[in-house]
Design a protein around this ligand. Structure first.
Ligand code: TEU
Ligand code: CA
Length: 555
């Protein structure tokens, strides 16, 4: 149904297309072990092709003890048996390619698994060449304890003692995820060789896990965006990306708008774009963090998106996303996941997809999947949550409050199985899923959404298709409006005398919106989730959660 993307010589393919993230463990299980697998992904490629997706970001499928569901890699050149084989992956690359879809692999190289051969050798002896692939420090001279009090992102100390070598190693995540020492040139060469090995297999790019952490200066306590980050990214570019028509997306929790350009500026020769998280942190408690629910603040959310749109207006490139496998479901977090769920899911998509950048759809978003409502800790699975629970208890938070926080912001929200049908386990597995299926699957599933002509999938399909054909979506100048309006998210895009006006009511009430000058007047309503609008003039009455986009010639 979708037509060939309009490509111009100046636009790389990843600017006119849309990405789709797959969390393999939760996507589709074909052998009944309760764990999604690569054959399952292959069986669902037509769903993605029908949406018009240009590439898939595949969360890690490499061999791994799965302490952090694959973000702990034991072998970068092999596939986890629960997900399949290298042959399956080659088949996935080929089958996806046949549908015009590239496969973007997850590159997790700030750390590996403690089961990786490198770390096994490194912890045996200081003489092993691999010893220096990791970050070791002697015990603190005063008390023989950890070198300093750096904390792991998953709770507890970031240093673990290894008696065999008499030193501590750094792990910014779980102790089974030792940090790699990027200051060792041999390690860097190994990583580049591995990346090229994957490129030669035909992948379309990499999403680079916590890439802002690789340039760390541990002794000065600088972990994120350390002094060597950009030199290493430039070296990586020279050694792997240069001369290849591939996509490189770096994950950076630390980047702020003024530094975005350093990663993706056209003369930087580093990455295509970064995933930044300011709009996500906007939904966290400033002191207690993600485990404390915080009321939604539209003005803050817009400020974040608008700042990034402006920062990368002339150079660099944005990624656009509201959800991933670490984040809550967007319709629950930013929208209405009750009576107005369908309209709200569409509205969020409209606002996100028509900004400047490359949009990402996270599995299940296209049917408006919602957060879970787990009432006890044993129903959760994520190690981050279990690492932080004792800390929260020590700090005096109640268990009920912590669970409320986990249902609001926890990573398991997006990891419950993809809901395909209203059959047993939502059609995800014939066995017992590794994490419970959300109990709303009889209503919310792919088959049900596809049964209506105006489902959420149809809405995404249209947005994705518009991006392929309308240069104003890829190239248009971004114009922020109504920054302080607590109810409406609106902006314009402008290109060659055309204007695209996007307006969305983020509340459950009818809102009277006084349309500012910068938005236009008459034109074609190219996207809507309530009534189509062909005139946008003066004051507009917006239905609850209504969103639309109008393409026009300015008056
Ligand atoms: O995430 C980086 C990361 O910092 C998040 O885990 C973050 O700590 C958390 O969501 C915020 O509370 C990446 C991966 O996306 C994540 O799945 C991995 O667990 C992590 O790196 C370690 O590889
Ligand atoms: Ca399976």
């Amino acid at each position: 149904m979708t037509s060939t993307p309009v490509k111009t010589a100046t636009l790389p393919w990843w600017k006119t297309t849309t990405g789709y993230q797959i969390y393999p463990r939760s996507f589709c299980d074909t052998n009944g072990d309760g764990i999604g697998d690569i054959p399952g992904i292959i069986s669902k490629l037509d769903h993605l092709a029908d949406l018009g997706i240009g590439f898939v970001w595949l969360s890690p499928v490499y061999r791994s003890p799965m302490i952090d569901n694959g973000y702990d890699i034991a072998d970068y050149h092999d596939i986890a048996p629960e997900f399949g084989t290298l042959d399956d992956l080659d088949r996935l690359i080929a089958e996806a390619k046949a549908r015009g879809i590239g496969i973007v692999m997850d590159l997790v190289v700030n750390h590996c698994s403690s089961e990786h051969a490198w770390f096994k050798a490194a912890r045996e002896s200081t003489e092993a060449p691999e010893h220096d692939y990791f970050v070791w420090r002697p015990p603190h001279p005063g008390n023989n304890a950890a070198p300093d009090d750096t904390q792991s992102n998953f709770g507890g100390p970031a240093w673990t003692y290894e008696p065999q070598v008499g030193k501590f190693y750094l792990h910014q995540f779980a102790k089974e995820q030792p940090d790699l020492n990027w200051d060792n040139p041999a390690l860097r060469a190994e990583i580049y060789k591995m990346m090229n090995w994957w490129f030669d297999r035909g992948i379309a790019g990499f999403r680079m896990d916590v890439i802002d952490l690789i340039g760390k200066d541990v002794d000065n306590g600088i972990l994120a965006e350390g002094p060597n980050l950009h030199p290493y990214l430039q070296e990586m570019h020279r050694e792997t990306l240069a001369g290849r028509d591939v996509l490189a997306i770096g994950e950076s929790w630390s980047v702020e708008p003024d530094r975005g350009i350093l990663y993706s500026g056209r003369d930087r020769k580093e990455l295509s774009m970064v995933f930044q998280f300011d709009h996500i942190k906007a939904g966290w408690h400033p002191v207690i963090g993600k485990w404390k629910p915080l009321p939604f603040d539209l003005v803050r959310l817009k400020a974040s998106f608008f700042a990034w749109q402006q920062a990368l207006a002339e150079d660099g490139w944005n990624s656009l996303f509201l959800t991933n496998h670490d984040l809550p479901r967007q319709v629950s977090k930013y929208g209405n996941d009750g009576a107005l769920r369908v309209r709200s899911a569409k509205g969020l998509a409209t606002v996100l997809h028509l900004m400047k950048g490359t949009p990402f759809v996270y599995q299940g978003e296209e049917i408006g999947m919602t957060n879970v409502n787990f009432d006890s800790l044993d129903r959760f699975r994520d190690l981050e949550l279990f690492g932080h629970f004792p800390i929260a208890m020590n700090e005096g938070q109640s268990e009920a409050d912590f669970i409320a926080g986990a249902n609001d912001n926890g990573r398991d929200n997006s990891r419950t199985p993809m809901q395909w049908t209203d059959g047993p386990q939502a059609g995800f597995t014939t066995g017992t899923p590794w994490i419970e299926v959300n109990d709303n699957y009889p209503q919310i599933n792919v088959a049900a959404d596809r049964q209506t002509t105006d489902g959420i999938i149809a809405h995404y399909r249209r947005l994705i298709d518009l991006r392929k054909h309308l240069p104003i979506i890829t190239d248009g100048r971004f114009v922020a409006v109504s920054e302080d309006d607590p109810a409406v998210f609106a902006y314009a895009r402008e290109l060659a005398g055309q204007r695209l006006s996007v307006v969305a009511n983020f509340t459950d009430d009818t809102v009277t919106y006084d349309v500012p000058e910068a938005l236009s007047v008459t034109g074609d309503c190219i996207s809507w989730n309530a009534d189509p609008r062909d005139r946008l003039d003066g004051t507009v009455t917006l239905a609850p959660r209504e969103a639309f986009a109008v393409l026009s010639e300015p008056a």
